[in-house]
Design a protein around this ligand. Structure first.
Ligand SMILES: Nc1ncnc2c1ncn2[C@@H]1O[C@H](COP(=O)(O)OP(=O)(O)OP(=O)(O)O)[C@@H](O)[C@H]1O
Length: 209
């Protein structure tokens, strides 16, 4: 069964029809690239998938269930992990605190959230010393890794990322893509919005808007 399904979804900003009767299926264990020229509606599609916006018409299903029937807060704090272009980390907190906060919001009952957060950060290449720095004292690539660890904090089925390698050098891009591939291999559905041919080449399915 697909983890996310769009059925005839349309979305407009006023007169500007951005998505027109779009039907898509997303499966677990696969990595998707959403591509298309600037203004094609990629970020809009991601916003719908993240339930930051609702379709004007058409339906969206999460594991077969109409998302209108799922509490939006629960959906966003437990089922999907979103990695924004601007990272959206809380800059006054350390990297570790950002990840722990995300676990708190998802009401995770882990015994030792700090240890689990550190395990996640290590898995994306953040050292203990870096984890204890405020995020503004980290590089762009490191902040991107922290944003990934934070999105993983509550073990979501779906990872949504907007230009996850946007401002990163080639080597860091490769490493981030390696992490995304691992997440898909672990059985998650990974959906990336990208302009980068290297990124779309690394995915299983390319959706062109
Ligand atoms: N909040 C908004 N209000 C009105 N129009 C908007 C809004 N957000 C986006 N748009 C318009 O909707 C269209 C799609 O925007 P969107 O950001 O989804 O495109 P995109 O494919 O992600 O573009 P880019 O590659 O430049 O990031 C564009 O024409 C944009 O100007």
């Amino acid at each position: 069964m697909s983890v996310l399904r769009l059925d005839n979804v349309s979305y407009s900003y006023g007169e500007n029809v951005v998505l027109n009767q779009l039907s898509l299926d997303f499966e677990k264990g696969k990595m998707y690239a959403v591509v298309g020229k600037s203004g094609a509606g990629k970020t809009t599609l991601l916003s719908l998938l993240a339930c930051l916006a609702r379709p004007d018409s058409g339906e969206m299903y999460y594991l077969g269930q109409d998302v209108k029937k799922i509490d939006t807060y629960k959906y966003r704090s437990k089922y999907v992990g979103v990695i924004f272009q601007s990272y959206n980390l809380l800059t006054k907190l350390t990297a570790l605190e950002n990840v722990v906060l995300s676990m708190d919001i998802a009401e995770m009952k882990k015994v030792d959230k700090s240890a689990e957060a550190m395990r996640l950060l290590r898995s994306v290449g953040i050292s203990e010393q870096e984890a204890n720095r405020r995020v503004l004292q980290l590089s762009g690539g490191q902040q991107q890794r922290v944003a990934i660890a934070r999105a993983l904090a509550y073990n979501p089925d779906v990872i949504l990322a907007d230009e996850p390698t946007g401002n990163l050098d080639g080597q860091t891009e490769k490493e981030i893509l390696g992490i995304m591939r691992r997440l898909a291999d672990e059985g998650r559905c990974v959906i990336l919005v990208t302009h980068s041919p290297a990124v779309s080449k690394a995915t299983d399915i390319v959706i062109k808007l």
